[in-house]
Design a protein around this ligand. Structure first.
Ligand code: DGY
Length: 342
């Protein structure tokens, strides 16, 4: 699909993106906008090289694509100076390779904070109250009357929510659970973020919440009833939750992951779910997307959704707009909105 065919700058989006604001922004700045409408969900490196062709000024790409040396070299050869991931996470982007080829990289933080935190909250509630199991029970015609033991779950009020990774999203989630459901909070941040601390210090006196910054991740795993993971994915957070860390958690704990799949060792998780039927998980992301490790889909104590944490209309349009601004910014000589290398 091509917009403004005579535009001076050639900008490619590897996928159609929601809304039209991002397209209009690019057109206003004299871009020819080419949107790849291939049916294939995940484009290969070869597919993208073919899209880039001989002349390309900027690309908006997706988290499912492998933006490494090969693609940045191809983009740079085609005259490209800017790339934006339509995502806040950029573990699929080799920023060093981009820098080597003189391509600026942007991501799309901010606009997805609340939407992603809301999904983590939804999964926490759905797991605590066994909503998916109960829904399936109704639909399969098994309900034959109220019973005292039917789908008994956990009351969140007064329980402890544990947050691992207290950046923008982890902090928004923590505030939702503390303010909305009156949970106590314990959190751990690998980068010693003080974002949450500032929030609660400001609110001190107004809210009777109990919160504490843990001195280790293990402390969170040991004490929390609901644990939500919000770190970035890198070498230090790969399999952060593994057989040993699962063993530390309470037998009836709830684990939520809306960050990146490989943060959890999914094989160990499946085993843990089998051994501990009262342990529940809410997963938005998976180790080898789009696949799940064998056995996970059969577990009644797991809720699984297809990487939709940022999927609200407002957010997805915002992400597309930011991605366009990132690419435009570099082409026009403005600072890139969010450059992880900045
Ligand atoms: C991201 O932005 O990194 C999410 O995984 C998708 O919105």
């Amino acid at each position: 699909e091509v917009w403004n065919p005579n535009g001076k700058y050639r900008v490619i989006s590897t996928k159609p993106m929601p809304g039209t604001r991002w397209i209009n922004l690019l057109i206003e700045q004299d871009c020819r906008v080419e949107i790849c409408t291939q049916k294939k969900t995940i484009l290969s490196v070869e597919d993208i090289i073919a899209l880039i062709g001989d002349k390309c000024d900027g690309v908006i790409g997706q988290l499912t694509e492998d933006w490494g040396d090969t693609l940045f070299s191809a983009l740079s050869k085609a005259g490209g100076k800017a790339f934006s991931n339509m995502a806040v996470g950029y573990n699929n982007v080799d920023v060093n390779a981009a820098t080597k080829y003189g391509v600026a990289v942007g991501n799309t933080p901010g606009v997805l904070t609340e939407t992603t935190a809301e999904l983590a909250a939804s999964l926490s509630l759905a797991a605590a109250r066994r909503i998916v199991e109960a829904d399936e029970f109704m639909r399969t015609g098994l309900y034959d009357g109220w019973l005292p033991h039917l789908f008994v779950g956990n009351l969140l009020k007064g329980q402890t929510v544990g947050v691992i990774g207290a950046g923008r999203i982890g902090s928004a989630y923590a505030r939702m659970m503390v303010e909305g459901f009156k949970m106590n909070l314990i959190y751990y941040d690998l980068y010693q973020s003080t974002r949450l601390e500032k929030f609660f210090l400001k609110a001190n006196g107004e809210q009777p919440v109990t919160w504490k910054r843990a001195s280790s991740m293990e402390e969170v795993l040991r004490e929390a009833d609901v644990i939500s993971l919000h770190p970035i994915l890198d070498k230090t957070t790969y399999h952060l939750v593994n057989k040993d860390s699962l063993a530390v958690m309470k037998k009836e704990a709830i684990l939520v992951n809306c960050s990146r799949g490989p943060v959890i060792d999914e094989v160990a998780l499946v085993e843990h779910l089998k051994q501990n039927p009262m342990f529940r998980v809410g997963l938005d992301v998976f180790e080898d997307e789009p696949y799940m490790k064998p056995g996970l889909s059969e577990m009644k104590n797991a809720i699984v959704v297809p990487h939709i944490a940022s999927a609200s209309k407002w957010t997805r349009e915002g992400m597309a707009t930011l991605a366009a601004l990132n690419v435009l910014g570099k082409m026009k000589g403005y600072p890139v909105w969010s450059d992880p290398n900045r």
